[in-house]
Design a protein around this ligand. Structure first.
Ligand code: PEP
Ligand code: MG
Length: 593
């Protein structure tokens, strides 16, 4: 039995009593040490308060319970019908199993009896019963029964949510470490930044958007920690080391002292980066490198300006749509783009049009329930299919162009045809503005993201029709290696230094050089210190990284000799195996972080 499972079982066997301490290990996703209380995201079972009721209120309380149970049963039946028609009967089965649990008369009678005898609110009885049942199942040696424990907690949460009239998750009341089964990008953006100390998740990979956002927030994160949501309860003390992937639950005092010291050392190391705020970004032999920032909000543009970036290399606008909905108006978007343009002044601001789908949804779930969302309906495909949405965004960008140095970047371009179709929509947007007598930036530079291998293979033709290109290594790696960037099971195979990936980066850089079109790298590789000399050696001269990595990236560039970097790139490129490439780079973990 894996270590974490064993600990879960031990916890469960003691019938809910907590282990005093547990040492766990996941995948480091955002560096830094944080110590603080856990907040179990979506853990409504753990949040429910027990409230006393009067004997005269018992029947009303039971009626509330029965109404909520009936409502959830109906929802589950509808879910089962919908999923069955969309995906087939076997996928729908789980909803019917959930409905059957709620049909169990003995189970409901137990809850009704406890309301009568304990004289407490129904939600707290459900929470206690469900937690107990789930612990018992989790203690089983039978993996089928252990998996059912998740079903039990799911149903419990659903009934309680309906009784409380809440559908989402509890807000953070004070600074806490968010622990979740899996975080979606939309969950991450909806959280109060000032109150998130760190993230720990059971699922999700290093380059899933929630992990990228945690790096943007500059908060430590560890993903892929098995069973973490079964081991931790809200309020329990955690140590999270986002550099090593270590997570400690209820740590003993000596460990707390050790990690407090590590935190202080980190703070000293960060302070040592201060001189790099003012330094120009050039290699030790004087080659200038443009160091730009990846942002998703006006706030992050300010963070980027504070570390003197050369511009915004990637403005992920989908976060704006996630916060405001797809209906966000042209004017509302314009205000945001304009603010970022003004913050940057004459420096370029690269605004990427909507890139939803894959693991980024507007709303809580992927409405399409695709089997392969990363290969499905996402990004530019959605924009081109929805001209009103697409041109509305581009009108806002064109107008903001009058307030700074704005450029448009189109994501997930797979062929020249898509680039031309996007240009046609841009022309439509310009025409609409002209007809309305609205002023805008006529000659807005346009660029294609190179993040699909097919785009690399026609990069010369894309370069001929673009003003700039930007390599999105996060997607390029997943599509080249057939490794889902958000799937913890295959995280060890997500290796940016795979010679195949490097060959694609080099080819794109060469296509840009031949056409005199600048090529930036804006994927996470660009902000990863162990990959920066390699990228410089491959000929990359523009990097775009999250603001919290800018100073580290600048220091890395300043410490690199461009000729040595070129030799390094040659050696890595000629490696036969990924392991050999990793050895040359001195990389021990797949991420290189
Ligand atoms: C990328 O794919 O590398 C990229 C920068 O875009 P995103 O991470 O938003 O998909
Ligand atoms: Mg991408």
């Amino acid at each position: 039995m894996p270590k974490n499972r064993k600990q879960v079982a031990e916890n469960a066997r003691s019938d809910g009593a907590r282990a005093t301490a547990a040492a766990l290990r996941g995948i480091p996703a955002s560096p830094g040490v944080v110590i603080g209380p856990a907040f179990l995201f979506g853990d409504i079972l753990g949040e429910v308060e027990a409230k006393r009721i009067e004997p005269s209120e018992v029947e009303t309380e039971i009626a509330r319970l029965d109404d909520a149970v009936e409502l959830v049963k109906k929802e589950l039946t509808l879910d089962a019908e919908r999923i069955s028609s969309e995906l087939g009967d076997s996928e729908a089965g789980i909803f019917l199993v959930h409905a059957m649990i709620l049909e169990d008369v003995r189970f409901l009678d137990t809850i009704r009896d406890r309301i009568r005898t304990d004289l407490v609110n129904a939600e707290s009885v459900i929470a206690a019963e469900m937690t107990h049942m789930s612990s018992v199942l989790m203690a089983s040696d039978d993996s089928y029964l252990r998996d059912r424990s998740y079903d039990i907690t799911d149903i419990g949460k659903r009934v309680i949510e309906r009784m409380l009239g809440v559908w989402a998750h509890c807000p953070l009341t004070h600074p806490m470490i968010v622990v979740a089964n899996e975080l979606r990008a939309s969950d991450t953006v909806s959280m109060d930044r000032g109150r998130v100390l760190g993230f720990v998740t059971e699922h999700g990979g290093r380059e899933a958007h929630a992990a990228i956002l945690s790096r943007a927030l500059g908060v430590p994160a560890v993903v892929g920690v098995p069973s973490i949501t079964g081991l931790v309860r809200s309020g329990e003390l955690l140590i999270v080391d986002g550099s090593t992937g270590d997570v400690f639950v209820n740590p003993p005092p000596e460990m707390l002292a050790r990690y407090s010291t590590k935190r202080e050392e980190e703070a000293v190391a960060w302070a040592a980066l201060a001189p790099f705020v003012e330094k120009p970004t050039s290699t030790s032999d004087g080659v200038c490198v443009k160091l730009m920032a990846n942002i998703s909000s006006v706030e992050e543009a300010r963070d980027a300006a504070a570390v003197n970036v050369d511009g915004i290399g990637l403005f992920r606008t989908e976060m704006l749509f996630m916060a405001e909905g797809l209906g966000i108006s042209e004017d509302e978007q314009y205000e945001v783009y304009r603010s970022v343009a003004e913050i940057m002044g004459t420096r370029p601001v690269t605004i990427r049009t909507l890139d939803i789908g894959g693991d980024k949804f507007v709303g809580s779930e992927n409405p399409l329930q695709e089997h392969n969302p990363h290969l499905g309906y996402r990004s530019i495909r959605i924009s081109l299919d929805n001209p009103e949405l697409f041109t509305r965004q581009m009108r806002a960008i064109l107008r903001a162009g009058l307030h700074g140095n704005v450029r448009v970047l189109w994501p997930m371009i797979s062929c020249v045809d898509e680039l031309r179709a996007a240009k046609t929509c841009l022309e439509d947007a310009k025409r609409a503005l002209r007809e309305g007598g609205v002023e805008f930036l006529e000659d807005v530079p346009i660029g294609a993201m190179i993040e699909i291998p097919s785009a690399v293979m026609v990069a010369d033709r894309l370069a001929a029709e673009s003003d700039f290109m930007s390599i999105g290594t996060n997607d390029l790696i997943q599509y080249t290696l057939a490794v889902d960037r958000g799937n913890v099971q295959v995280d060890h195979l997500y290796r940016p230094h795979d010679p195949a990936v490097l060959a694609l980066i080099r080819r794109t850089v060469e296509s840009g050089l031949a056409a005199d079109v600048p090529v930036a790298v804006c994927g996470e590789m660009a902000g990863t210190v162990s990959y920066i000399p390699l990228l410089l050696g491959l000929g990359v001269r523009e990097l775009s990284a999250t603001p919290s990595r800018i100073l580290l990236a600048r220091r890395s560039v300043c410490e690199t000799d461009s000729r040595e970097a070129g030799e390094l790139a040659e050696r890595v490129m000629s490696a036969a195996t990924v392991a050999e490439a990793g050895e040359i780079l001195g990389i021990s973990s797949p991420s290189g972080r």
